[in-house]
Write a protein that binds this ligand. Structure first.
Ligand SMILES: *Cc1c(COP(=O)(O)O)cnc(C)c1O
Length: 371
């Protein structure tokens, strides 16, 4: 049996007629940039996030960068974030001219630990970027309290967590802004790049709208330095077809996660640590990530047996070569480093079959039993 990490073809087959109609609609209208499809998606995603504004942009990385700039973060500022994330989080901070400062993770949730954040606050700290890793929100209630106490901005990197909640709070509701990615592999994926900023803050929203069109307002008059970073109409049209299915897809991901956990507990036991759904949090399982000290060997064994897995992420940000000049070294963030050495993400997508999950776990059990 072959089990891919992700297979988007079955989803496309189920939506094909609607998607092709939506694309044809855009091309027939011939409005390709910032038209009615983007407007509709912005309104729907903002509402879904319980906030007033959605601002579509080119991708999830630009979304973070634009939100930072709109919130007034720039040179001389420090931004506290997690070292255990995709590169884009750190890249956006540096591109905004600010300095990333890392706070270690809570090893249970893999997310930034609020207690660690407090230790790193200085007079230069301007913002916090929690990343809701693997589809589970960071502890935003605590982070909001810390931010209010120290007068800091919070930008949530929610690229992996559209639809996640903490209690009744959605992604975007407690941050000054939150950013989504519509990269094809994300829970709400386009057929190319795309991203969005959501915010309840009118001033940040307006600045984001200006920054994504070269800082132009009115047209051809530029008072701030912006970029060309828009969500295009074709991608928005695809996303408008997909968005009504998002809750069902998240539910399937959660069901698959529970099934993996049940099977792993039964058949593999203590050899691996299964992901924890933190109490009071609604996890949308962008990834299902286990921990094992024999991670690399297990990954190789699964590959030999047709099971694709991924390592998100093998090298924490503080020891990425490109950020070497910031002066961090191995050992500075032991919990993030341990996760980077032990995390293995198993195949996860809504259309994943029980048979495939059984096969994956059977092969993991076989590996540890030494057969
Ligand atoms: C995917 C991702 C991004 C970047 O999104 P793009 O749309 O690929 O630019 C940022 N942060 C995290 C945590 C991500 O997973």
């Amino acid at each position: 049996m072959k089990v891919p990490m992700l297979d988007l073809s079955e989803q496309y087959a189920s939506l094909k007629t609607e998607v092709l109609e939506a694309l044809d609609g855009v091309m027939s209208n011939s409005v390709f940039i910032l038209g009615s499809n983007v407007k509709k998606l912005e309104a729907d995603i903002a509402e879904y996030s319980h906030v007033a504004h959605g601002i579509g942009c080119g991708n999830g990385s630009d979304a973070i960068h634009i939100a930072l700039q709109a919130a007034g973060v720039g040179p001389g500022d420090e931004v506290i974030t997690t070292p255990f994330t995709f590169f884009a989080t750190g890249g956006a901070i540096v591109r905004a001219g600010a300095t990333p400062v890392y706070a270690d993770i809570d090893p249970v949730s893999f997310n930034i630990d609020p207690a660690e954040i407090e230790k790193h606050i200085t007079v230069k700290t301007k913002a916090i970027i929690p990343v809701h890793l693997y589809g589970q929100m960071a502890d935003m209630v605590s982070i909001r309290k810390i931010a209010d106490k120290h007068n800091l901005i919070v930008i949530e990197d929610a690229a992996q967590a559209i639809g996640a909640r903490q209690g009744d709070f959605t992604v975007g509701e407690l941050g000054d802004a939150a950013t989504y990615s519509f990269f094809p592999t994300k829970n709400l994926g386009a057929y190319g790049d795309g991203g969005m900023i959501v915010t309840n803050n009118e001033d940040i929203a307006e600045k984001c709208r200006v920054i994504r069109v070269h800082g132009s307002k009115p047209k051809y008059y530029h008072s701030v330095l912006g970029y060309n970073s828009r969500l295009d109409e074709l991608q928005a049209a695809v996303l408008n077809v997909k968005f009504p299915h998002l809750e069902d897809w998240s539910k399937l991901r959660r069901t698959h996660a529970d099934f993996y956990t049940q099977l792993l507990n039964e058949k593999v036991g203590n050899y691996v640590k299964t992901p924890v759904k933190v109490e009071g949090f609604h996890h949308v399982f962008h990834q299902y990530t286990i921990l094992t000290e024999r991670r690399d060997e297990l990954q190789a064994y699964l590959k030999e047996n047709g099971v694709e897995t991924m390592i998100y992420y093998p090298l924490p940000l503080h020891i990425q070569p490109v950020f070497e000049s910031l002066g961090y070294k191995n050992g500075d963030y032991p919990k993030a480093e341990k996760a980077a050495n032990e995390a293995l993400s198993l195949p996860m997508f809504p259309e994943l079959k029980e048979e495939q999950q059984k096969y994956v776990v059977e092969k993991i059990a076989e590996f540890f039993s030494g057969k």
